[in-house]
Design a protein around this ligand. Structure first.
Ligand SMILES: [Zn+2]
Ligand SMILES: [Zn+2]
Length: 334
């Protein structure tokens, strides 16, 4: 297989695009495509102050790398979840969160970029796995409380830090899997909100964008490897057996038989939405400031938003403190 641009030996063959490229041309193609999507979906401009949510994985580090290469002003946000994973029962080895934190810090330091860090345990008083045990008595995986915490902290960090946009590294495989799950359930409220750009329609809400939403996971893995990025290979240990991974496997089987199936599924959805197939019901997106923390929420009353209610419960059980402010540490300047 030869590179379409220069005829050298191809490093990647993308059947879905009928395109094979050598390493150098692939490393040029990814930021070019990213820039195209940024413009097509009107995500941000060079004037924007972007906060990139960085997990230490291939997608988020690649995204930060690409935005930096394209000349955007992009700081990173790392959220320490306190997930152990790889540590043996005797406590040996380095945990999943420690390792992803180390990789995010190293990435920022090597490039002179700014990384903001929020450690959930230090800031709020418990790790995510502890929080899951207290809030649902260990019956379920910690993924739902983890998602709630990440969304809250990301929004708050972006808003309080004066960023105009929050960028996450979701790739096409992530988006298509969520889309399939929501379609199987006809979850209209979720479908209407799934998009490359979520506008900040209410005060206190950060504008959210997904610049990698049209890249296959395989393309992002290839980018991170060819570019020599040092990222955490392991998925979060709690993601094993998740519904999202199941739908990713189903979609991979479809893709195997019909290259481009995933991309078509996602793009046809965006087109259908543009044509008005999914509509927001009146009152659907009505948010107000939480009585306790001031962050936007749909939850009424003095009990506060779901984040505040969760942490109140934890505080009652554990006696953990919940500071009223200072969710973000000072940025670590490299
Ligand atoms: Zn080439
Ligand atoms: Zn609240």
């Amino acid at each position: 297989m030869k590179c379409r641009k220069c005829g050298a030996t191809a490093a990647i063959n993308m059947r879905q695009h009928k395109l094979a490229l050598c390493a150098d041309h692939f490393l040029e193609w990814v930021p070019e495509q990213t820039q195209r999507f940024v413009e097509k979906y009107k995500m941000f401009t060079l004037e924007d102050k972007i906060l990139v949510a960085v997990s230490g994985g291939k997608d988020s580090l690649s995204l930060w790398d690409i935005l930096n290469r394209l000349g955007y002003h992009a700081d990173g946000l790392y959220i320490g979840l306190g997930i152990d994973g790889r540590r043996s029962p005797s406590g040996e080895g380095i945990g999943y969160s420690d390792e992803s934190h180390r990789l995010a810090e190293a990435f920022a330091a090597e490039r002179g970029l700014t990384l903001r860090v929020v450690e959930v345990e230090q800031t709020y008083g418990a790790t995510i796995p502890e929080l899951a045990v207290i809030s649902n008595r260990g019956r379920d995986k910690p993924c739902s409380v983890c998602g709630l915490n990440k969304r809250y902290i990301m929004n708050r960090a972006a808003h309080d830090g004066g960023y105009t946009v929050l960028a996450t590294g979701h790739n096409l495989d992530d988006e298509a899997a969520v889309l399939m799950q929501n379609t199987m359930n006809w979850a209209g409220g979720y479908l209407v909100r799934q998009a490359p750009v979520l506008e900040a329609t209410q005060p206190g809400l950060a504008r959210k964008v997904k610049p990698l939403c049209r890249f296959y996971e395989r393309e992002m893995a290839a980018y991170a490897i060819v570019r020599g990025l040092d990222y955490i290979y392991d998925e979060c240990p709690h993601a094993v057996g998740s519904t999202t991974i199941y739908y990713k496997e189903v979609l991979n089987q479809m893709e195997e038989h019909r290259p481009g199936a995933k991309l078509q599924f996602y793009l046809s959805f965006l087109q259908a939405k543009e044509q008005g197939l999914f509509a927001l019901k009146p009152g659907d997106a009505e948010l107000h400031a939480c009585d306790k923390c001031g962050q936007p929420t749909t939850a009424p009353g003095p009990e506060g938003c779901s984040f505040c209610r969760l942490w109140d419960k934890v505080r009652a059980v554990k006696g953990a403190r919940l500071p009223a402010s200072a969710a973000i540490t000072d940025p670590v300047e490299a």
